[in-house]
Design a protein around this ligand. Structure first.
Ligand code: NIG
Ligand code: FE
Length: 405
């Protein structure tokens, strides 16, 4: 007997290339895994003979639990002052060069205790979860020294003691050059590399990330970091081509990175390199919106070259104080003309690929983790269509019901 069987529902399985829709479907769970999925009429017996618990969903839609594959939810403080400065005309880069930006969040993060960081991160994680998110990637990058970077990563790991979520952690020490290294980015990169073996042993980080940009690190510096990190077996990701084209995405692809993220300024040849390496393009429309950018990522180019696209919030205090994956989906459609099907893939199967966890997450398939978001909608495109309205009805994480409205 299965533990539970969900019937009278429509499924976005995300199998194949589109939504993998099954109308009048059924899905069965045993412990934390999906054990059966298909059309109701193909069930091998009557529901009462198959499962201990039967849930009639009355025509609701079921999708995989959503995946936010790019966030910075563990950080101290907010940056409202910079928001005001930008409204008065200062640019994001000017503020960063004047010592604000990432460095100001570094000050606040260093000053915060683990308990304070955790309390703030839990509020953000729970806002994401309330919209059907079951997997969140969390980056460090506001500590910029061993003690504070690992503090952020420990806090990220602690989130699961309080909320039923899967957390994937990413070491982003190469986010910007900290004050104590002044303009010596090379020496700072060396200091990061020196600690990578210890980081690996600590199991605090699943991946290594960097920010390849004029206000952060050059391609040469990132390459040195990637070489060392990939030799140790870390997954790789890169903030690339957000404000200018340094061919960071091609560099990430060269090292087999799971993803390159932002990509507003990505070139044709970098997109080719991503396609060849199978790197996911992580599209971050909330940062584009919040920084009032005008240069859009080349969505049609990614389509033409078969580069899989993910969509994420990039939740962070500077460029994207956004805790809504549904809003990110909406913005990916309105600003970048992604289709609702593409954004749906972007927060499920392609987001799983961006995190290297697509074997067990991101689609409704036998053997995968039973993370199910159940929606009170008539059409799956509604998840990208609404603004400021949350149609989540029920959330199942690893087979357990955690939200019921
Ligand atoms: O993804 N691009 C670099 N990092 C963050 C923003 C960091 C910040 O401003 O605090 C991002 O947009
Ligand atoms: Fe980011």
């Amino acid at each position: 007997m299965w533990d539970s069987l969900w019937i009278n529902c429509n499924l976005c399985t995300m199998q194949g290339t589109g939504l993998g829709t099954i109308t009048n479907g059924a899905i069965a769970i045993e412990f934390d895994k999906i054990v059966w999925i298909g059309e109701f009429n193909d069930l091998p017996d009557t529901p009462d003979k198959l499962a201990r618990e039967i849930n009639d969903l009355n025509g609701s839609w079921v999708t995989p639990g959503l995946i936010d594959c790019h966030t910075h939810i563990v950080h101290g403080g907010e940056r409202v002052n910079e928001f005001n400065m930008r409204l008065e005309g200062a640019s994001y880069e000017e503020i960063a060069r004047a010592g604000g930006g990432i460095r100001s969040t570094v000050k606040a993060t260093r000053a915060a205790s683990e308990k304070e960081l955790l309390e703030a991160a839990l509020k953000r994680a729970s806002a994401l979860q309330s919209e059907g998110v079951t997997v969140i990637e969390v980056k460090s990058g506001y500590g910029l020294d061993w003690e504070n970077e690992t503090k952020q990563l420990r806090v990220a790991r602690q989130i699961t003691d309080h909320l039923p979520l899967k957390i994937m952690t990413t070491y982003l020490a190469a986010h910007t050059v900290p004050e104590e290294y002044q303009d010596n980015g090379d020496a700072y990169i060396d200091s990061i590399i020196e600690k990578l073996p210890e980081l690996k042993k600590s199991e605090l980080a699943d991946a290594v990330d960097g920010f390849c940009e004029g206000i952060a690190f050059s391609p040469d510096q990132i390459e040195k970091l990637f070489k060392a990190a990939s030799e140790l077996g870390f997954d790789l990701k890169l903030h690339a081509e957000q404000l200018s084209d340094l061919s960071g995405a091609a560099l990430a692809a060269k090292y087999g990175a799971n993803s390159a993220d932002h990509l507003e300024y990505v070139s044709d040849s970098s997109a080719d390199a991503m396609a060849e390496a199978g790197s996911v393009a992580v599209i971050l429309p909330c940062a584009f919106y919040f920084l009032n950018e005008t240069k859009k990522p080349p969505i049609q180019l990614f389509r033409d070259k078969n580069v899989p696209m993910a969509v994420a919030t990039d939740m962070n205090p500077g460029s994207s104080p956004c805790c809504s994956i549904l809003l990110a989906m909406n913005m990916a459609c309105t600003f970048f003309k992604m289709t609702p099907t593409e954004t749906m893939r972007g927060v499920t199967i392609n987001a799983a690929q961006a995190l290297g966890i697509e074997a067990s997450y991101g689609s409704l398939e036998i053997g995968k983790t039973a993370d199910l978001a159940i929606w009170d909608i008539n059409n799956p495109a509604e998840l990208s269509y609404h603004m400021g309205f949350n149609p989540l009805q029920e959330l199942i994480k690893s087979g357990k019901q955690i939200i019921q409205k």
